[in-house]
Every structure is written in C-alpha cells, then in structure tokens.
Design a protein around this ligand. Structure first.
Ligand SMILES: O=C[C@H](O)COP(=O)(O)O
Length: 222
C-alpha cells in the first residue's frame, strides 16, 4: 500500500515528502481553506505543491458544478503541472466530466465516495482513483472500515489497479491505516498528524533509548 499525504499545507507536504515514503498528495477545498489561502492564489499554490514533489501525483480539486465547467477547470488544473490529478466529487456531472477528461489524458480522482455503487460508477466512467471515506462514517456512528472493505472487494472484482486505484481517505488514526492495508486498499491518504503517529511506537522509543545508552558504554570504554 502506498502512502499519500492528505493536506494542502506546503510545509507539512515538504516534511512528509522528505521522509521518502510519500507517493502522492491529496488536497480538497477545506484543506486549502485551512491554509488561509485566497481564491486568487489557489492555482499558484497547487503549482508550488506539484513542484515540491514532482515525481508523485498531486490531487487538486475542482469546485465547478456543471460538466462543462468541470472539464474546463480540470483541463486548466492539469495544465499547471504534469503531476496534477483532477479531483472531482461524485455526481452525474462529474462522471460525464471524468469520461471527457480521460479522453484528453487527464487523470481524475473521484472523491466523496461512500458506497459500492458510487465507486463502481466512478471506475466505469474512467476515474484513475476512487477515494472512499472512512472517518466520516465513524463520525456518524457507522463503521467506515466495513464500508471500505465492501468497496475494496467490489472494485477489485472488476478493475485492476492499472485502471483504478483505491485511495482510502478520511483516515484519522494509525489503526485506520492498518485496516486499510489489511483490506488491500492501494493507497492510504493520511493527514500529517496521523502520519507522524504512524511513525512511532513506545517500544521503538524505548528500544532506541536503550541502544543509545548501551552505545555510550561502548564509546566511553575506548
Ligand atoms: O478529501 C479527503 C479527505 O481525506 C477527507 O478527510 P476528512 O473526512 O478528515 O475531512
């Protein structure tokens, strides 16, 4: 399973990318708003992200509402940098836009996926990625991991990763990441704070402290 970083914060992206394990970036309008960014700076900000990690896909979300506008905005976003993927929320208009954008060689990440039919419709329209949400199910006292399991099974029944990869999204905890990997999601997109938590374990910290203490004994015995 690949790790994507789920943030529009350039500093977080640069830090996570420097770790060497980040294979993509996902953003959305809420994540961009969180950076304090203005509308006029949106495209320039996406270019900065794309240039900060030029060898991995960067999802930039369209806020258009008609198919024609989505196609036009998608083509504009895709032209900003070769690694930009156009993110579209699932709806009738975005399915049609996905099919059209694919004809132009533009990859689409279809987001706000909550059900198996939504995921399969996105695949069928030619989405390069589908992003089923986990945490938002948990937020309403439903089981997001169970929903993800159903989507992984259904999509993998019909589509190879070369056609459509599943991005487990709206992940909040290291356990969400573990469960996404065990289910066979192709990608987990993880917020920076959760990514940092994934790095650590108390036994790793304790083991590292012991190695350092023991190595001091070795070096002081010279
Ligand atoms: O856009 C996709 C995000 O992974 C959504 O995450 P969130 O539910 O924490 O806002």
């Amino acid at each position: 399973m690949k790790f994507f970083i789920d943030t529009a914060d350039l500093a977080e992206i640069k830090t996570a990318y420097s770790w060497g394990c980040v294979a993509g970036v996902t953003t959305n309008p809420s994540l961009y708003a969180k950076t304090g960014g203005k509308l006029a700076d949106f495209e320039a900000h996406m270019v900065k992200i794309a240039e900060a990690c030029p060898d991995v896909p960067v999802s930039a979300e369209s806020t258009a509402t008609t198919t024609e506008e989505m196609v036009a905005e998608g083509l504009r976003l895709a032209a900003l940098a070769p690694n930009i993927v156009v993110k579209l929320p699932i709806c009738a208009e975005s399915l049609a836009a996905t099919k059209e954008l694919k004809k132009h060689g533009v990859n689409v990440n279809m987001t706000l996926i909550f059900t198996v039919p939504q995921a399969l419709m996105a695949c069928s329209a030619g989405a390069r990625y589908v992003s089923p949400f986990v945490g938002r199910f948990d937020d309403i006292a439903e089981d997001g991991i169970e929903q993800l399991a159903n989507i992984v099974t259904a999509v993998k029944n019909y589509y190879a990763p070369e056609h459509t990869e599943i991005i487990a999204a709206s992940l909040r905890t290291p356990n969400h990441v573990t469960q996404a990997a065990l289910l066979g999601a192709d990608i987990a997109t993880v917020p920076f704070a959760a990514m940092e938590k994934c790095l650590h374990h108390p036994l790793t910290d304790r083991g590292l402290a012991a190695f350092e203490a023991d190595w001091k004994k070795v070096t002081s015995a010279q």
